[in-house]
Design a protein around this ligand. Structure first.
Ligand code: CDP
Ligand code: CDP
Length: 221
């Protein structure tokens, strides 16, 4: 693989990936990448340009255009997009269709590998990091929790009005992510699975931190 340390964190929506990755990135001095953001950027741009998100050819073309315009890997880390835009309901719906397109996944996979190759140590969250992108990652986690609990977390986090709508979106997105043909959301065989339903962030972090130390990662002092 020729890579440095890679910590892979996969799992369904609102399982706690971003929160724990940010904390791990601080305590182990890892560069952090939120791979879902790239799929959201592509979905957002498709909606802005009125490109039908289920048209694989057109969306792939758009993806190539965005990669060229942002000079390759910086599409991953672009700060041109407001979080509110990327997390809008219409983007939540469109992103599932975009993430299903094999050619788009192929391109995003290349970008992530390119980015990671330039980091000595990193932590990456997504859906297929430990399975497809880095099967030889240093440590792999699969975070999950009951859909009702995840929906409630997202409602609190985003101060959304409707729990029912958020729950519907979470369940719909889980199903789309788990059933697609290319790189579906499944735990890697060697992933450390953590059901966070009844755990606090601190408890989850304790488990993750000790697993990272067991694999030789050193705490930042
Ligand atoms: O934050 P949340 O878990 O709700 O979603 P996200 O990580 O921003 O990902 C948004 C969508 O991008 C997911 O529902 C997947 O369809 C897609 N995604 C993916 O297919 N593969 C990844 N490695 C990351 C995200
Ligand atoms: O990145 P992902 O979509 O997997 O989830 P997140 O944005 O990190 O977490 C969603 C919310 O759940 C955040 O507000 C966390 O503080 C909260 N939470 C958690 O992540 N883990 C727990 N065990 C309990 C709450």
């Amino acid at each position: 693989q020729g890579l440095g340390t890679v910590v892979a964190v996969d799992g369904p929506a609102a399982a706690g990936k971003t929160t724990t990755c940010l904390a791990l990135s601080k305590s182990f001095d890892l560069r952090y990448l939120e791979s879902g953001r790239t799929y959201r950027i592509i979905a957002f741009e498709a909606l802005q340009r009125r490109i039908p998100v289920d048209n694989a050819t057109k969306v792939t073309c758009l993806c190539d255009e965005l990669i060229t315009a942002s000079r390759s890997a910086s599409l991953l880390t672009s700060d041109r997009y407001a979080p509110d835009n990327l997390r809008a309901t219409r983007v939540n719906v469109a992103v599932s269709a975009v993430a299903k397109i094999a050619e788009v996944r192929q391109r995003v996979t290349s970008l992530i590998r390119l980015w990671a190759g330039a980091q000595p140590r990193c932590v990456i969250e997504g859906r297929d990091i430990g399975t497809t992108i880095f099967p030889a990652a240093t440590v792999k986690f699969y975070l999950t929790a009951k859909p009702e609990v995840r929906a409630m977390r997202r409602v609190r986090q985003e101060r959304s009005a409707s729990y029912e709508h958020v729950l519907d979106d979470v369940i719909r997105r889980d199903e789309a992510d788990m059933s697609r043909a290319t790189s579906p959301l499944v735990p890697a065989e060697d992933a450390i699975r953590i059901d966070t339903t009844d755990l606090t962030v601190e408890q989850v972090l304790r488990l993750m931190t000790s697993a990272c130390r067991d694999r030789g990662l050193e705490i930042n002092r």
